[in-house]
Design a binder for this molecule. Structure first.
Ligand code: ADP
Ligand code: MG
Length: 604
């Protein structure tokens, strides 16, 4: 039998898609406030948001006549014709959030569209009467007893603390993505976050505390049609999980594999396993190369060309972290505005405006509709096929990436390098035509050892060296089972390990390159990673550990090499001057003769 669902039932089902948890209710209500052009938004929750959520804004408000319409499904002020679908710039437009939430809670909207305030309540989808109320311009939406009439959904909610945590994470992202809005976020009467609408730096401090700025590098890259701006943690600042990573693509919070892989890989050399980079990044790309047709809750995007996005993000982040010559272009200028001495009469507001326009990640992003007129650049509304000029971005990018790749492969003819001496017992100087190469002896040696070992492990050409005194490793049952399962892998990598009664393991041979290896620390580290080894493969982890253990044997800075050793070191690099040490630092730095001449003002 086919039933036609009554709107009330339909809304309850639909509610599950739009709102499934308190954080999604908060998300919808805050997005409505932003769409209404609010500059101040306050969010209060109680009981993890299950008991009460209140969102107050100073936006345009809802008129008395429109108040009942706001509760109607498919009622929206943001679209009227089908064509509008292609140009809609607001966060919401389906007109289902309020109706859905109202059908599974007790909701009240108090709104003032510029005259008097009116209130309208709705319980489980039943509209009440409009009545006069008190309130300044703007809207206050209160949602109580969420899912009180849908016990199945109620059961799926997490503890107050967990729901609170999820709302908090989302509020943090609102503060960061809308630094021009002043937010107050209150949990059970206590203020958790407060921002003042005065820019991204301030928002970052509001969310992560005052120390965050000194742990981060601000970047602002605008190359080839792709803008990347925001803050990335510096090399030794990492976090134990991914919740400190925020990516906004064209203004929207997004979780995207391509971008997160590019960033992770840029950090790979600096972070230990199971540590995660910190970032708050705004990626702005031409709308025609990105498909933001996203699931309402799990926002992701598709890029027309993942390689370009990956390459651009990777090259910016890695050059900044590695501190190479391109990095300067990407690190946000700290000393804007540019001509302050010439224009001392510039007011703070003007200076700030200039600053924001040049370096703020907001420049070029889609603002809430109310702000359109205030932007300097006119916004395009027509929907059109990409023009040749726009498609050029791709060509430009490919060229850029190719150049990057070629620059990395800078090779010199080792035979023509002339060893000229050392500095500070650490840096070796070689002359090569019109250039000098300065080599960090420790970094270079480390890299060579690392490569040789990785290569040997790949080729399974590791020479195993029996130990005079076998090493006995005491482990617990779970660790024993784990090692026993992996005796074969260990064997391939040059270890000889076997059972030694009870839960002891005897190690009787090690890779020849690692004779002095601290076995206790080495196995300790591997067993420590046991839990998470499903994601990383043990052989990979072992190879990595072996290689980095071998690096400890590298010559240190401060050790004096003979001329012979210095020559042999450069020969072993095979002239690859783009090498980096296993920790990502450059092995060689190139200095051109002309740069020296500039230093001495022989040329300008
Ligand atoms: P949508 O946002 O998709 O239009 P909603 O159900 O979220 O649908 O909201 C319905 C309508 O109610 C909106 O189109 C808007 O006109 C009005 N509205 C909701 N919240 C607010 C608010 N905070 N300020 C002003 N108008 C609002
Ligand atoms: Mg909405």
């Amino acid at each position: 039998m086919i039933n036609v669902l009554t709107p009330d039932v339909y809304n309850r089902i639909a509610a599950g898609e739009v709102v499934d948890r308190p954080y999604s209710v908060v998300k919808e209500l805050v997005e409505n406030a932003i769409d209404a052009g609010a500059t101040e938004i306050s969010v209060e929750i109680e009981g993890g948001g299950k008991r009460r959520i209140t969102v107050t804004d100073n936006g345009c408000g809802i008129s008395k006549e429109d108040l009942p319409l706001a509760f109607r499904p498919h009622a929206t002020s943001k679209l009227s014709t089908a064509e509008d679908l292609f140009t809609v710039m607001t966060l919401g437009f389906r007109g289902e959030a309020i109706a859905s939430i109202a059908s599974v809670s007790e909701m009240e909207i108090v709104s003032n569209a510029g005259g008097e305030a009116f209130a309208l309540a709705c319980k489980g989808g039943e509209l009440g009467e409009i009545r006069a109320a008190a309130g300044a311009k703007g809207t206050r939406v209160t949602v109580e007893n969420l899912f009180y009439n849908t016990p199945a959904r109620l059961k799926f909610m997490k503890s107050d603390a967990q729901e609170e945590g999820d709302v908090g994470n989302m509020m943090a992202r609102f503060l960061l993505s809308r630094p021009e809005v002043a937010f107050t976020y209150t949990v059970n009467g206590k203020v958790k976050y407060r921002s003042f609408g005065d820019g991204l730096k301030a928002a970052l401090v509001a969310v992560y505390g005052a120390g965050i700025l000194s742990d981060c590098i601000e970047i602002s890259a605008d190359k080839h049609g792709i803008k990347l701006a925001g803050f990335i943690g510096n090399r030794n600042f990492s976090k134990p999980n991914r919740s400190y990573q925020s990516l906004f693509v064209n203004g929207r919070y997004i979780v995207n594999q391509t971008v997160s892989a590019a960033i992770s890989n840029a950090y790979a050399a600096y972070l230990m396993k199971r540590q995660y980079p910190f970032y708050v990044l705004f990626l702005d790309v031409p709308p025609e190369i990105v498909d933001v047709n996203v699931h309402p809750n799990k926002a992701d995007v598709r890029f027309a060309d993942n390689q370009i996005i990956y390459g651009s993000v990777y090259s910016v982040v890695s050059s900044v972290l590695d501190g190479n010559s391109r990095a300067l272009e990407y690190v946000a200028p700290q000393s804007l505005p540019k001509q302050p001495p010439a224009a001392p009469q510039m007011t703070y507001a003007e200076a700030k405006k200039e600053l924001q326009f040049d370096v703020s990640p907001l420049a070029g992003r889609t603002p809430a509709p109310r702000f359109f007129e205030q932007e300097r650049e006119p916004l395009k509304f027509e929907v059109h096929a990409p023009t040749a000029a726009e498609i050029d971005y791709f060509e430009e990018n490919k060229k850029f990436l190719l150049e990057q790749a070629q620059a990395k492969q800078e090779r010199v003819d080792v035979k023509s390098l002339e060893y000229k001496g050392e500095l500070f017992r650490t840096y070796l100087i070689y002359e090569y035509g019109d250039c000098a190469y300065i080599l960090d002896q420790h970094a270079a040696h480390e890299r060579l050892i690392y490569d040789r070992l990785r290569e040997k492990t790949e080729q399974r050409a590791i020479v195993s060296q029996p130990m005079l005194m076998p090493y006995i490793l005491e482990v617990n049952a779970a660790e024993y089972a784990f090692l026993e399962k992996n005796f074969g892998v260990l064997h391939e990598l040059g270890f000889e390990a076997g059972a030694f009664g009870g839960t002891s393991i005897k190690v009787s041979a090690v890779p020849a390159d690692l004779m002095g290896l601290d076995l206790k620390a080495f196995f300790g580290e591997i067993l420590g990673s046991m839990e998470s080894l499903r994601a990383i493969k043990l052989p990979d982890l072992l190879k990595d550990k072996l290689a980095s253990a071998a690096c400890k044997a590298a010559v240190k800075g401060g050790e004096k090499l003979t001329d012979e050793e210095a020559r042999s070191l450069i020969e072993r690099t095979e002239g690859d001057m783009g090498l980096k040490c296993p920790h990502g630092r450059p092995v060689a730095v190139k200095v051109k003769k002309s740069e020296m001449e500039k230093l001495f003002k022989r040329i300008v």
